[in-house]
Design a protein around this ligand. Structure first.
Ligand SMILES: Cc1cc2nc3c(=O)[nH]c(=O)nc-3n(C[C@H](O)[C@H](O)[C@H](O)COP(=O)(O)O)c2cc1C
Length: 205
């Protein structure tokens, strides 16, 4: 709950801090950054957890590592902390909106996300979701950075495979503009819509 409040107050606080320092902070400038849409998973024993993220990015080529920013409120975060592994599914543009909703807005604490989902178990025991997948990665966490509301996991890629699916990977922009998908309070890129409208109004003055 504390982390959720932190998320909601973040945009307002940052505006105030920057204004005090006489610096510009137009949060919409960060909308120009590009992201994809992914399912990440982890397991504890027989149980799988998983959620939607827009923040998987390659950090190094040798060894191959990726970064993933995960909210501490998510069940998937708890599972990653316990097991130290992450499964990543890179999604194509055909990804089903209902499934994105299930993995992106509901918690595995309240529903079983995997009972009606096609997946196979990867080399580390994490679910790799097969629906609309264009590629899949099995990763092991090698470092983590506590960012307050989120933890940035640095993970080594143990195995990486393209799926037999030639569609384009879904970008975050495509998800928003074509799929008409919404963001989540737990996405690191979240901007409170009320605060955004207020800022836009202020800019027009
Ligand atoms: C478009 C989108 C992007 C998201 N990006 C992230 C992200 O990068 N990191 C994160 O921790 N949560 C992100 N989320 C939120 C989680 O998917 C969401 O909180 C999920 O319900 C957590 O499920 P769990 O409790 O079963 O782990 C995103 C959600 C959506 C819809």
């Amino acid at each position: 709950m504390f982390a959720l409040k932190q998320c909601l107050c973040y945009n307002l606080n940052i505006q105030i801090q920057y204004r005090k320092r006489g610096k510009k902070m137009d949060i919409t400038a960060l909308f120009q950054l590009s992201y994809g849409i992914y399912y990440i998973t982890s397991h504890v024993g027989e149980k799988q957890a998983g959620c939607v993220v827009n923040t998987v990015f390659q950090l190094t080529a040798n060894p191959v590592t990726v970064g993933v920013s995960v909210a501490k409120e998510n069940q998937t975060y708890e599972f990653i902390k316990q097991t130290g592994t992450i499964g990543v599914t890179i999604l194509g543009e055909s990804a089903d909106s209902k499934m994105l909703g299930k993995f992106g807005y509901r918690s595995g604490r309240d529903i079983d996300k995997f009972s009606d989902t096609n997946y196979h178990v990867g080399v580390n025991g994490d679910a790799l979701i097969d629906e609309s997948a264009v590629a899949q990665l099995d990763c092991t966490v090698v470092q983590e950075l506590d960012m307050g509301t989120h933890v940035l996991f640095v993970a080594r890629v143990d195995e990486a495979e393209n799926c037999e699916n030639s569609e384009s990977p879904m970008t975050y922009r495509y998800y928003r503009e074509v799929k008409k998908g919404q963001s989540s309070k737990f996405a690191p890129t979240y901007v409170n819509p009320v605060e955004l409208a207020r800022m836009e109004k202020e800019k027009q003055k």
